[in-house]
Design a protein around this ligand. Structure first.
Ligand code: CAO
Length: 537
């Protein structure tokens, strides 16, 4: 059968036995080149395998849940136009030893998309450098007009080979931004299993270079101008658990992916979820907001010398997240105090023992333990509101995050199963995660899955503050510096060591009475030293 071809898993880098999490086509479906066929998920990434050429799906060789590796058969295509495909057909005979093809690479210019009425727009930031690996949709440069700022995103994943603009340049639609070297279309490229015979190879045309990208539609640029559409949280968008085809759909529809609740495996966002989200917005079920009033832009240099210091990568990521939480979650902060006189005496007594085990026993370990115990009694404080705002998601696990101050900015490593760890194990985890955070060695998994966060400024000072909730969590505990204060006890003032607590909570989920019950319980737990230091069964 001359027009029949096998589509196999392409080279997917270092990954092996990757799970098929979605089949996007059925037998009988007509597919065009680059149409996504299946979605694969490793522990690091979700990727689509696109059709290498047009054809009709004859049969599928994989199902959801299968583990596949490079070279595994995905499906059979019929009606393949071999002239345009530039490839040799598969025969009905079992395939002879195929030589796995190297992924084809191509290099092309990414150009400024159609900017509507704008021309000669200022480049105010270049977000990448030569040699950087970029993801599809990752911002390359930021443009600014007097009305709006927008990122020009990478149309494909690849490596930057040249920068064609610099900060201060003025650009218009069609001007080059960078040159990008890609591995064919999408994150990975599907390839024909059957290589051409030596004779065919001699005459076969070389693989067609990837077509240069069509100028991007205005929808591809991300306007942060106050507008009727919901603003896209770029940092959240790039992290959202969705395949490239779903991301593309979300871009086309202007959907802010972090706001969409994923119904797929492990919370992955599917195309149906994106469409359902759009429907809810149109029906008015989901508020999208109308943008915030812009802040005045001041030319500080008019008043004296200034120095411009770019934000760190972490600041660029955490800033929009903090902002999103602050503007989306109605924060209330409940301040309280815990009497930690006995706790501190016990900690001092245990400190040296801990040092012998290579552990630094700081007050924070006790606070984590007390929070884990209190969260058992108040599970609502480790729940999350569903994206549609209609239900609460209760979690049967207790991974607690803590804010760590690093030279590059704020990060939140997460202690896994904090409720199953004793005080020494918690202190050990705090130490090792803090060190990794400061050395920039945290892995993405070390910062995921938290249900509640603690921000301790107690080692530095302060009496109280208003921590910002690490959304989609619903509460965060701020801890300030303990100090000896006069407390009226049994008819006399006595010196007691007092730890200030500041609990911020999402008032949509937690009401004031629950907030103060939580901090009261937490304060009692911190005073109950025997409970805090008891071994975990
Ligand atoms: N009151 C008084 N002293 C305290 C204290 C408190 N509440 N908490 C800690 N301390 C003391 C510790 O005992 C330690 O003293 P010694 O060295 O004499 O034993 C000292 O302060 C420093 O502690 P540490 O910082 O090494 O350890 P930690 O476990 O308290 O904190 C970490 C670890 C990573 C949370 C901390 O280093 C950090 O980065 N804090 C800043 C967090 C932050 O920036 N939060 C704001 C985020 S925005 O909301």
């Amino acid at each position: 059968m001359a027009d029949r071809a096998e589509v196999r898993v392409p080279d997917i880098g270092d990954f092996d036995a990757v799970e098929v999490i979605e089949i996007l086509v059925q037998p009988g479906d007509q597919v065009a080149p680059e149409d996504p066929l299946i979605t694969l998920e490793s522990d690091k990434a979700t990727m689509d395998v696109p059709a290498p050429f047009a054809g009709t799906v004859e049969s599928l060789a994989v199902t959801v849940g299968d583990q596949v590796s490079k070279g595994d058969l995905i499906l059979l295509l019929t009606g393949v136009n071999l002239q345009t495909a530039g490839q040799a057909p598969s025969s009905d005979e079992p395939a002879a030893q195929p030589a796995p093809l190297e992924p084809a690479t191509s290099e092309f210019r990414v150009v400024v998309p159609d900017l509507g009425d704008f021309a000669d727009v200022d480049v105010i930031e270049v977000l990448v450098g030569v040699g950087d690996a970029v993801e599809v949709e990752q911002g390359l440069i930021t443009l600014e007009t007097d009305k709006a700022t927008m990122d020009v995103p990478a149309p494909k994943a690849g490596t930057i080979t040249a920068l064609l603009v610099g900060v201060g340049d003025k650009v218009s639609a069609g001007d080059g931004v960078v040159t990008l070297k890609t591995m064919t279309e999408g994150s990975v490229a599907a390839q024909l299993e059957q290589p051409p015979s030596p004779a065919e190879a001699a005459v076969a045309p070389p693989p067609a270079p990837a077509a240069p990208p069509a100028p991007m539609s205005p929808g591809a640029a991300v306007f942060t101008e106050p507008a009727a559409l919901p603003a896209i949280d770029e940092a959240g968008f790039s992290k959202a658990h969705a395949s490239p085809s779903v991301r593309k759909l979300a871009r086309e529809l202007g959907v802010d992916l972090p706001r969409v609740r994923g119904s797929g495996v492990k919370g992955r966002i599917t195309a149906a979820d994106v469409k359902a989200f759009v429907k809810s917005v149109l029906q008015g079920d989901v508020a999208v907001g109308g943008g915030l009033p812009a802040l005045p832009s001041v030319d500080f240099a008019k008043f004296g010398p200034v120095e411009i210091q770019p934000l760190s990568r972490i600041q660029k990521i955490s800033g929009p997240r903090l902002h999103a939480s602050w503007v989306n979650l109605p924060h209330v902060t409940q301040h309280d105090e815990a009497d930690v006189t006995e706790l501190e005496a016990t900690r001092q007594a245990l400190k040296n023992k801990a040092v012998e085990r290579g552990i630094k026993l700081t007050p924070l370990a006790f606070v984590v333990r007390a929070c884990a115990l209190t969260l058992q009694e108040f599970p609502q404080f480790k729940s999350s509101l569903s994206a549609d705002g209609q239900s609460l998601v209760f979690k049967d696990y207790c991974h607690i995050g803590f804010a760590a101050d690093t030279p590059n900015g704020l990060v939140v490593p997460v202690i896994r199963d904090a409720d199953k760890k004793d005080i020494y194990e918690l202190a050990h985890d705090l130490g090792s995660l803090s060190t990794a955070a400061r050395d920039g060695q945290l892995k993405p998994g070390d910062m995921q899955g938290g249900v509640f966060t603690i921000s301790s400024l107690g080692g530095i000072g302060g009496t109280a503050f208003t921590p910002i909730i690490n959304a989609p969590e619903v509460a965060i505990l701020g801890v300030s510096k303990m100090k000896t204060s006069p407390v009226y006890l049994d008819g006399a003032f006595v010196p007691r060591l007092i730890l200030p607590l500041s609990l911020s909570y999402d008032h949509r989920v937690i009401d004031g009475a629950a907030g103060v019950r939580f901090t009261t319980h937490l304060a009692h737990t911190l005073a109950d030293v025997d409970r805090l230091i008891e071994a975990i069964p």
